[in-house]
Design a protein around this ligand. Structure first.
Ligand code: PLP
Length: 480
């Protein structure tokens, strides 16, 4: 049946004449508030769409008010942000799919200020020369890493790409076979190399690479030696890798730059906060590495960014690469990065101010107490269909940082009371939690939905949000 014949305002097939005209829906008081909230164009389109879909479903008699209500549902659904804030109760603190680090208050404020005002981004307020946007961060990065110079790009993948392209385009880049990482998605070291125009020169074996392997591979066409932090895995057993210090000595002797992709690259000794030790950027610089690359939104706890620190002459070459313009960072992020880095000047209070570090270093007893407080209200909300228990669990850092070590944590395990249909009930509960005004994301394992409470700071907001949960729907919705 041709759609053009189905006109709600004129004669049509059976039932269509029972639908209100667009104009009469727009005269309702609800439509007036919709026009006010969403604008006339969107409101009229939603009313038309509501009438069309009612007609397609058989055109039962509908009052103008009822159609306006359907239009409201459509507008609200279309208007909701796709970038919804969620409760990350997965137990993975730096969850790439959930946006990695949560920024410090200081960083959020700085970003907001930069959004609202013109800023001295490439403008020297003290002199007449044109400023450089790297000046905003250069001094701080030098201070915190001990490097000669520093620059910043979009993310660490970009930092690796531009470094390889600048120093090894059309030349060889020597890497150990034990460090040819895939970070996830399309970030595989061999592919990044080829996109950067560098020729991959693999040395050593998967488990053992020696200094002589690097030394023998160096020739007139070598552009650089690359050391890669094996962020998301660990090779154990009969292994050998060459320490940065020894590689640096070889690189210096042969006049070839040594680059270390540290991945997460923390700026402080994490053992100070009771966490597993990770190599720091300053240590790599002190070991004699020429350029170190690392991420802004992993352990560092800032916004997405990629840092390159090291030798002044090499940083100058990177800054002259036309790619730099394509990979540069905007004023909003620069403001947030600057505020985040500034917090590192006061390591004593860093653990309290930086949300990533606060979550990672949160004592187990504290998380356990939170679980005990929430157990009864959560159980009451879920009803008899689910059993709620306080359990010990293990969190992880995430984003490939500190891959093997886990952190003692605590949480709530939500388990269907009935064995029959338990799998479906669990999936239904997970789905109902994901549909809350602020979706709650846990992890399902071993017939329970686990809510790891390490990253939960605002318990009151969590409970207020949970009040919207429909426990009956949660328990039954996925039954056929
Ligand atoms: C995470 C990581 C990258 C990519 O960093 P992004 O900031 O996510 O682009 C590159 N190299 C290593 C070793 C990493 O761990």
């Amino acid at each position: 049946m041709a759609r053009s014949r189905l006109n709600a305002d004129g004669p049509g097939p059976a039932g269509a004449r029972d639908l209100p005209a667009v104009d009469s829906v727009l005269r309702t008081s609800l439509a007036a508030t919709l026009i006010d909230r969403f604008g006339r164009t969107a409101a009229v389109a939603a009313v038309r769409a509501a009438i069309d879909s009612a007609r397609e479903r058989g055109g039962r008699r509908r009052a103008a008010d009822a159609v306006a209500l359907i239009a409201q549902g459509r507008l609200e659904a279309a208007h909701a942000s796709r970038l919804k804030p969620v409760f990350n109760l997965t137990g993975t603190v730096l969850h790439t799919n959930l946006g990695r680090a949560i920024l410090a208050e200081e960083a959020a404020e700085a970003a907001l200020k930069a959004m609202r005002h013109a800023v001295a981004l490439e403008f020297d307020l003290e002199g007449s020369r044109r400023g450089d946007r790297d000046d905003v961060l250069r001094a701080l990065l030098i201070e915190l890493t001990g490097a000669e110079d520093a620059t910043v790009v979009n993310n660490n993948a970009a930092a690796v790409l531009i470094t390889l392209n600048t120093l090894a385009k059309g030349r060889g880049a020597i890497v150990s076979r034990g460090e040819l990482i895939e970070i996830g998605g399309a970030f595989r070291m061999p592919q990044i190399m080829s996109r950067a125009g560098a020729k991959l020169v693999e040395v050593g074996t998967t488990n053992r690479t020696h200094l002589r392997d690097y030394a023998e591979a160096i020739d007139a066409r070598t552009g650089l030696i690359l050391k890669v932090h094996t962020s998301n895995y660990r090779i154990e057993g009969f292994t050998a890798e060459v320490p940065a210090r020894d590689l640096a000595a070889l690189a210096r002797e042969r006049g070839i730059p040594l680059v270390d992709d540290l991945g997460s690259g923390t700026l402080v000794d994490l053992s100070r906060y009771g966490l597993p030790r990770e190599p720091t950027v300053a240590e790599a610089v002190a070991a004699g590495v020429d350029l170190v690359t690392f991420s802004g939104d992993k352990l560092l706890g800032g916004p997405q960014a990629g840092f390159i620190v090291g030798r002044k002459d090499l940083i100058a070459r990177i800054n002259k690469n036309p790619m730099k313009r394509a990979l540069r960072v905007d004023k909003i992020r620069l403001a947030a990065i600057e505020a985040t880095l500034r917090l590192y000047r006061d390591p004593d209070r860093l653990g309290a101010r930086l949300p990533t570090l606060r979550a990672l270093s949160r004592p187990r007893a504290d998380i356990d107490a939170c679980a005990r407080r929430l157990k009864d209200p959560v159980a009451a909300r879920l009803g008899a269909a689910f059993r709620v228990e306080v359990v010990a669990c293990a969190s992880q850092v995430g984003s490939g940082a500190v891959p093997v070590d886990t952190l003692h944590s605590a949480g709530l395990s939500l388990r269907p009371a009935a064995l029959r249909g338990a799998g479906r009930a669990l999936a239904g509960l997970a789905a109902a939690l994901r549909r809350l005004p602020m979706p709650v994301i846990g992890r399902i394992s071993d017939q329970t939905l686990l809510l790891d409470l390490r990253c939960l700071e605002d318990e009151a907001a969590f409970l207020a949000n949970l009040a919207s949960l429909d426990p009956v729907a949660a328990a039954t919705e996925s039954r056929p």
